[in-house]
Design a binder for this molecule. Structure first.
Ligand SMILES: C[S@@+](CC[C@H](N)C(=O)[O-])C[C@H]1O[C@@H](n2cnc3c(N)ncnc32)[C@H](O)[C@@H]1O
Length: 217
């Protein structure tokens, strides 16, 4: 499938899901909620002022963050206009929501201290483009906290990429691939970011921290 076809599938999938995404009948999206406490815990380790949630959906994480740290500034970016509409309905103070592509951030360079991306990265046909955007838009010493599904079992990854994902595409889901240790390492290396933490946690959860260490944009 072409890159634009994956993106169209994602937009169609999440347009249908937008209204029920945060409800108690969110179906497969229920599992995304398990990631939020661990992202909060990682964020708490360092101060930040300006945070981007890449692939924010209806902004569950920004809602939690703005209650906890109301004085900070939040930006949510999502490809699906219906998701951004749900986020905007919340009228979260100090938050800006933008419809756009995580492979081409519509933001100035060096403008975020922290970027979070949860259960969205496996929808990006060009993961390197996302990492290049992260490198450009993070401030020096800023970090990306990336959460997704993964495994260290190569046979399982092969099955998921070869069978599960194409099947999901047939059923209207915009999933592209399961991110692996190799993929993340390569993206970091090519974009000049430092992979500080790569953990596979309970429930096949990828928990990554990636740092911008230099001063170049
Ligand atoms: C499973 S939801 C995750 C939402 C939220 N991050 C969470 O943890 O609940 C995936 C989101 O990624 C968005 N998405 C998919 N591809 C994208 C892209 N290329 N750029 C921006 N957002 C994208 C979808 O529109 C959807 O809202």
């Amino acid at each position: 499938m072409k890159n634009e076809e994956y993106k169209k599938l994602s937009i169609d999938e999440f347009t249908k899901a937008a209204e029920r995404y945060e409800s108690n009948h969110a179906g497969i999206y229920e599992m995304c909620k398990k990631d939020y406490p661990e992202i909060l815990e990682e964020l708490e380790k360092e101060p930040f002022q300006d945070l981007l949630d890449a692939g924010c959906g209806p902004a569950p994480m920004i809602s939690l963050l703005s209650e906890k740290y109301p004085e900070r500034h939040y930006t949510g970016l999502d490809l699906t206009p219906a998701m951004i509409a749900q986020a905007q309905k919340k009228n979260i103070p100090n938050a800006t929501f933008v419809v756009g592509d995580c492979e081409n951030f519509p933001f100035e360079s060096n403008c975020f201290d922290a970027i979070i991306c949860s259960m969205s990265f496996h929808h990006y046909p060009s993961p390197q483009a996302f990492f290049n955007c992260v490198k450009r838009c993070l401030r020096p010493n800023g970090r990306l906290i990336l959460r997704d599904v993964t495994s260290d079992n190569k046979a399982l990854i092969w099955l998921m990429n070869t069978l599960e994902m194409p099947l999901a595409n047939l059923f209207g889901h915009g999933d592209v691939r399961v991110p692996t240790r190799e993929l993340i390492s390569e993206c970091c290396e090519k974009s000049g970011l430092k992979l500080e933490k790569f953990e596979i946690r309970k429930g096949m959860r990828l928990h990554c921290v990636v740092r911008k260490t230099d001063r170049k944009g």
